[in-house]
Ligand binder design. Sequence first.
Ligand code: AMP
Ligand code: MG
Length: 339
Amino acid sequence: MKPFLLWVTIAVSFTSCSRDEIRPHSRQSTAMETYVSVTTYDGNLSQHDAYALIDSAFAEINRIEHVMTDYSESSEIGTINRLAGKDTVEVSDEVVSLLQASLSFSQQSAGAFDVSIGAIVKAWDFLSSEPEVPSRSKIRMVLRLTGFKNVMVEGTKVFLTEKGMRLDLGGIAKGYAVDRAVEILKRNGVQHAIVDIGGNLGVWWEGTRGVDSTVAEILVRHPRKDGKYFGSLKVGTAGVSTSGDYQRYFFHDGVRYHHIIDPATGYPARDVVSVTIIASDALNADALSTLVFVLGREKGMNFIKDREGVEGIIVWEKEGVLHHELSPGLQGKFTRSDD
Ligand code: AMP
Ligand code: MG
């Protein structure tokens, strides 16, 4: 089992600012089972104010972790899971809107993205020190406990129809937390900042937008070479997220088993090795990178092309060689590094 490494790394190229304007203040920590980095780049912020705001951003990320975690039985999500098949749970507006967003991604993708994947994820137990391939009968059993149509949301009441069903927001919650942290910085007058939760980035650069701007250089991690980069692209204000089969995985009999599951089979999605999405915010980038990964190369690229303001890079492996495809808006904007 591999420890978490940086999945996407950022370098900021400051094309439009002088050195004084962009004095960085940064803190790193861990939350949501991965690394977190919050950086402001405002020259007019005192050191004291910058770190106070960064601490508020961290407090917000920790708060969201406590609401969304499925590890605690008493968190809102933990309570829904504990009472699956038994009782309805009254939850906060925040949880309702994240569940509604998740269910909408499920509907758009015919279930490729599914927050009710929890029973399957638990069966694979990728965070265990010695993960194993579950038996076929186990997979059949947990497949019956998965299905977004069995997640009932009415007003602020949530009910999972089957006992043993579990919500798992691992494919979307980090992006949401990034957006909330950026919002806190923005609301307090910060003009330039980058929040990174395990490779889910929120780039906030006032007056810039997506791949039309070139302030932050995003280095996309090489899916098969530790410490190397697959390529780079430049963006302004955007959400950027990478889903990869190298983030949580183990090998068994020479086969790689990883944490992005195809809800149709209960096994890891096989078609591609990594997907990077650039969207207007980190929530969309996070959910869409997982969703497109499951859809695979062709359907995934069509899905990206159909969505305004969404761009992506899909990487797949054939006979040991990595290939990539860019969405139309990224043509000429992604530089692949030498392998
Ligand atoms: P990400 O790294 O954002 O692609 O999210 C992967 C995580 O999302 C996994 O560790 C699971 O917690 C969860 N997950 C796995 N497969 C799916 C899926 N098909 N739909 C939604 N969430 C998933
Ligand atoms: Mg995701």
